[in-house]
Design a protein around this ligand. Structure first.
Ligand SMILES: [Mg+2]
Length: 127
């Protein structure tokens, strides 16, 4: 069921705490993203990072054994649209309205609460 569905995932504040341009700290994103990838979702890293900083984010996915389908693009959408927006069925981003956020001594800025995001993914039928 999950096959071919795409999920666009932001990086800073979503996969790790906000420490741009540095790499933020672990916030429990990796196991959930791995679970999504293992379930057959195609993950797109959707980040404002570019160049070396983008590659550092890609390396975070590699280190955590999370396969990425694409970075900052949906390779198939050119077939049916000229829109520059990265198309995905689902977006996970700390800037999304309603996304569960949390904070603690790790960060002064709120970041994605992956315990609650996983609960939502189950509740909405993604996992
Ligand atoms: Mg962000």
């Amino acid at each position: 069921m999950a096959d071919q569905l795409t999920i666009a995932v932001d990086f800073d504040g979503t996969c790790v705490t906000h420490e741009y341009p540095y790499l933020g700290q672990d916030i429990g994103a990796a196991p959930v993203l791995r679970e999504l990838a293992n379930a057959g979702y195609r993950l797109i890293l959707n980040t404002m990072r570019s160049g070396k900083l983008e590659r550092e984010a890609e390396d975070w996915f590699k280190r955590n054994n999370i396969p990425l389908w694409a970075v900052n693009c949906n390779p198939e959408q050119k077939k049916w649209t000229k829109s520059p927006k990265v198309y995905a069925e689902l977006y996970i981003d700390d800037s999304n309205l309603g996304i569960p956020l949390t904070t603690n001594e790790k960060s002064t800025r709120p970041y994605v609460d992956w315990v609650r995001v996983r609960e939502l993914l189950v509740k909405e039928g993604y996992l």
